[in-house]
Design a protein around this ligand. Structure first.
Ligand code: ADP
Ligand code: MG
Length: 422
């Protein structure tokens, strides 16, 4: 995939109407609907501010949550959950939609920008059309939740065209949604000159750069829960990395494949052969693949379980691996010390329990002390680094969970592929 895409700076937006796809999929309090974290709204500000400084008229859009766009599918979904279809009213469906309105986002965005944000009550309906038509340079309009339109997730060309018709330029800054080929993330680019905003630009430059032309040695640190959810990442990084470090729950399938005893640890029997193949492949390619020499295990999966240090190949029958041990920490820190680039996906242990967060913390510390370009991808990995206080010490923490995983898998991202090449 070509990561070298035109940005908002490579195109004339002065005085133009710009359709800006943002990632305003913010977490909300279940009962009050209040936005509990406005990081994603703040992340969009540099691009919005730039467009306003250029005197563009900004038509922002985003999805929020997973609304069910038609009453029929709502009834079907509720029936699947065991509800009597006859008892489901249209009223109830409309209420479920209202909960996912972007109106609270418009309010917060307006506070952050210090200027009015006009809210449309639909996506491409009469209200959006009228407000977009009347929008003046320097003004901001926010369309309603794109997933209120059933054509959004189907990438319906008619919806994409209707969105495009309101604007003259398309700017995408929703990195968290670029792995989805939806009408507002990809389809619309067929009808307008399409470029990236600053968020996507940074993701492409740093992650794309590390994948396409890394400063070596490239060390990939892979952890998290399951081998099976990381096959694509392992496969792709094995092709480009100089060293691969394994930690987290996926470790035990590798250890078992090597003849170790893993006790009650997370194990995916179906992937034993795969792990052996990967070990073999790494050897053939001259890629160093490191497994932890020691393990911190516990008798039960709980925050106050007693941490027990064991040799990784001999985890007792009544124990499960929870974190990497001190010897592994030393070896892993040594491996990243002289790295040119480190790509990290997946915590080294059950970091949510402080007693088992030491491995993840030590790796974060090692990264913060190295001169390498350090890249964190994956939702839980980003959360771990933030929670442990290392966020500002990393070169880049990807803003997209699923999108960054697919990026590291080397997959084509529809929301990036559709942008103009430089
Ligand atoms: P990411 O979202 O960064 O891609 P994953 O979703 O793959 O990461 O994995 C994160 C989860 O893996 C965390 O919730 C963590 O508790 C879990 N995990 C890490 N080590 C272990 C382990 N030894 N046993 C069970 N779960 C683990
Ligand atoms: Mg995760």
């Amino acid at each position: 995939m070509n990561y070298n895409k035109k940005t908002v700076k490579d195109i004339d937006v002065a005085g133009k109407k710009v359709l800006l796809r943002c990632d305003f999929n913010v977490p909300q309090d279940k009962t009050t609907g209040a936005i509990t974290d406005d990081k994603r709204i703040r992340a969009a500000l540099p691009t919005i501010q730039y467009l306003l400084d250029q005197n563009a008229a900004v038509i922002a859009c985003s999805h929020l949550g997973k609304p069910v766009a038609t009453f029929d599918s709502y009834v079907k979904k509720q029936a699947e959950k065991g509800k009597d279809p006859a008892s489901i009213t249209e009223e109830e469906w409309k209420k479920s939609l209202a909960k996912l309105s972007l109106a609270p986002v418009a309010k917060r965005l307006s506070e952050l920008l210090g200027r009015e944000v006009i809210m449309a009550s639909d996506v491409v309906g009469p209200d959006a059309q009228a407000k977009a038509a009347a929008l003046q340079p320097g003004q901001v309009l926010l369309l309603e939740n794109t997933r209120f339109e059933k054509g959004e997730t189907k990438n319906d060309p008619a919806l994409a065209k209707a969105m495009a018709d309101m604007a003259e330029v398309y700017v995408s800054d929703a990195f968290g949604a670029v792995h989805r080929a939806h009408a507002s993330t990809a389809g619309v680019a067929a009808y307008l000159p399409a470029v990236s905003g600053f968020l996507i630009q940074k993701e492409l430059e740093i992650i794309g750069g590390a994948l396409a032309n890394p400063k070596r040695p490239l060390v990939a640190i892979l952890g998290g829960s399951k081998v099976s959810s990381k096959i694509g990442v392992i496969n792709n990084l094995l092709e480009i990395a100089d060293t691969i470090i394994i930690g987290g729950g996926m470790t035990y399938t590798f250890l078992k494949a090597q003849g170790g005893s893993v006790g009650k640890s997370l194990l995916e029997e179906d992937w034993l052969d795969y792990c052996n193949d990967m070990m073999k492949k790494a050897k053939e390619k001259g890629v160093k693949l490191l497994l932890p020499e020691d393990t911190i295990c516990a008798k039960e999966f709980s925050a106050d379980a007693e941490p027990i240090l064991v040799d990784s190949m001999n985890i007792p029958d009544d124990c499960m691996g929870m974190d990497i041990g001190p010897k592994a920490i030393a070896a892993y820190a040594d491996a990243v010390k002289d790295a040119g680039t480190v790509i990290w996906n997946g915590p080294m242990g059950v970091f949510e329990f402080p007693a088992f967060a030491k491995g993840t913390q030590a790796v974060a510390e090692a990264l913060s002390n190295s001169n390498a370009i350090t890249i964190i991808g994956g939702g839980d990995s980003a959360a771990a680094v933030q929670q442990l206080g290392y966020a500002d010490k990393m070169t880049h923490i990807s803003t997209g969970g699923g999108a960054s995983l697919e990026f590291m898998e080397g997959k084509e991202l529809p929301g990036v592929a559709c942008l103009l090449d430089k």
